[in-house]
Design a protein around this ligand. Structure first.
Ligand code: ZN
Length: 71
């Protein structure tokens, strides 16, 4: 996995890789920041999850911080 973060300042949201729950009616989803090797299961209902993209506010988390330091 490789993400190329653009040094933009005014963009509060970006297309973010996420996992979506496949269970109908379940709103479970999670960010893909953890780089799963295989599909995770929903933390709400334990259903399989599918990789997708969501427009989300930029978050600086520990993973992002690490990858930023490498660049
Ligand atoms: Zn679910």
């Amino acid at each position: 996995m490789h993400y190329r973060k653009k040094p933009e300042e005014e963009i509060p949201q970006e297309d973010t890789a996420v996992w979506l729950c496949t269970q109908e009616g379940c709103s479970g989803w999670m960010r893909d920041n953890f780089a799963f090797d295989q599909s995770p299961v929903c933390w709400q209902c334990n259903s399989p999850m599918v990789s997708s993209v969501k427009l989300l506010p930029l978050l600086v988390n520990t993973n992002d911080y690490k990858s930023r330091q490498k660049v």
